[in-house]
Design a protein around this ligand. Structure first.
Ligand SMILES: *[C@@H]1O[C@H](CO)[C@@H](O)[C@H](O)[C@H]1NC(C)=O
Ligand SMILES: *[C@@H]1O[C@H](CO)[C@@H](O)[C@H](O)[C@H]1NC(C)=O
Length: 377
């Protein structure tokens, strides 16, 4: 792991804090402790913990522990993961929350909150609350029994109480204030709920539905801020018309014509524009509290990969490595699916989810945005 200058500085600052905390313990005076709390670099680029909320793009395995058909814990999922273990991550390897935690020196993998074996150390450095199949709309994912965003927030509150019991209120608050929160959701709201099912379309125009989803994003983010979050990254939508599943369903000839479906990508673009505006407004009103809310643009990162596959080492950007190989119109990736020999040559792992390599390209392209959120720019 190459360390940037800021990263080294952050590590150094961390050491200094640890040193002073040790001093504080030695002298164990209340006055001393209070001064030390103020010396903690709360707005530096150091990250105390990482928390993830949302759908399969960031679910590191919560669905393993709930009764839902939406699971990624069977082979070939995890084909290229540590020890080739299927963990519930919907990809061949790691997801962006893992890459974030490792890059900022927090830990190698972000564990799912529902894992009953979590230690206090696991809790203090952050966990994942996301659930594959969920969306901002409470109706999305309801029939498959996944964790709604509301439920994810309830778990976060439960987590906070657990941590307070283990390490005390002040340390818990410091950890939450210094953490990076990542929210990635929305694709299931549009692709599965709005355009796939009849209910929401009966009462919402596309524009109204975007506003409805944005109202939920806002409410969700505000609740996190009330709970002590200060640095929040909200991920926008990918070009949804380029998902192999969407191409399979909407292309006139899914075997021959595998171009992106313009309509769905334009829904994502419109939503992303509105999202950025909303996040900007929210940040302004909370700025005095030291709040930074950043937009993570995955749309353009994915478009760049699709437009110039070879410059990223990809040979296929329109069908999944698993499940959409030989029989392109099959949707699922499971033990009986054809799996391509080298997933890194594919942008998509299955008919919806990117490969670890594609996630890694997106993460590195978005690193300046994450850095900016952490530095409070
Ligand atoms: C915890 O923080 C509160 C408010 O910042 C302060 O009043 C209290 O003394 C702190 N407790 C400890 C043990 O540091
Ligand atoms: C798999 O594909 C990637 C990307 O094109 C390439 O860098 C890598 O060398 C390949 N691995 C093997 C074992 O062929």
């Amino acid at each position: 792991m190459a360390l940037s200058k800021e990263h080294r500085l952050a590590l150094l600052l961390n050491h200094i804090v640890v040193f002073y905390v040790t001093l504080a313990l030695v002298f164990s005076g209340g006055v001393c402790a209070r001064i030390l709390t103020m010396q903690r670099p709360s707005s530096g680029s150091s990250v105390s913990a990482v928390f993830a909320f949302g759908d399969s793009t960031v679910d590191t395995g919560n669905n393993d522990y709930i009764n839902t058909p939406s699971k990624g814990n069977v082979p070939p999922y995890g084909k290229d993961f540590v020890n080739h273990i299927p963990t519930g991550r919907f990809s061949n390897g790691k997801l962006i929350p893992d890459l974030i935690a490792a890059h900022y020196g927090v830990k190698e993998l972000l564990p799912p909150y529902l894992d009953p074996a979590l230690s206090t150390e696991d809790l203090t450095t952050g966990v994942c609350f996301a659930s594959a199949g969920s969306g901002y709309d409470p109706l999305t994912g309801q029939t498959i029994n996944v964790l709604s965003m509301e439920k994810q927030l309830q778990y976060f509150k439960e987590y906070t109480k657990r941590l307070e019991m283990a390490i005390g209120k002040n340390r818990t608050r410091n950890i939450i204030n210094g953490a990076l929160f990542v929210i990635s959701s929305g694709t299931n709201d549009f692709i599965i709920n709005y355009y796939g099912l009849p209910f929401r379309r009966q009462s919402f125009t596309p524009h109204m539905y975007r506003q409805f989803i944005l109202a939920h994003v806002k409410k969700f983010t505000q609740t996190l801020l009330n709970q002590g979050a200060r640095r929040i990254a909200v991920v926008g939508l990918a070009p949804m018309g380029c998902l192999p599943l969407v191409i399979n369903i909407n292309s006139g000839n899914p075997f021959r014509d595998r171009g992106c479906i313009k309509k769905f990508s334009s829904v994502a673009r419109n939503y992303n524009t509105m999202l950025q505006r909303e996040l900007g407004k929210m940040e302004k009103s909370f700025r005095s509290l030291g709040v930074v809310i950043g937009y993570i643009d995955i749309y353009n990162s994915v478009v760049r990969m699709i437009k110039a596959p070879h410059s990223f080492g990809f040979e296929d950007v329109d069908s999944g490595c698993c499940g959409t190989g030989i029989i392109k119109v099959s949707f699922s990736c499971d033990m009986n699916s054809y799996v391509c020999p080298n997933a890194s040559k594919h942008l998509f792992w299955d008919s919806v989810h990117p490969t670890e390599r594609a996630y890694s390209v997106v993460f590195h392209a978005q690193l300046p945005s994450f850095d900016a959120i952490l530095k409070g720019i």
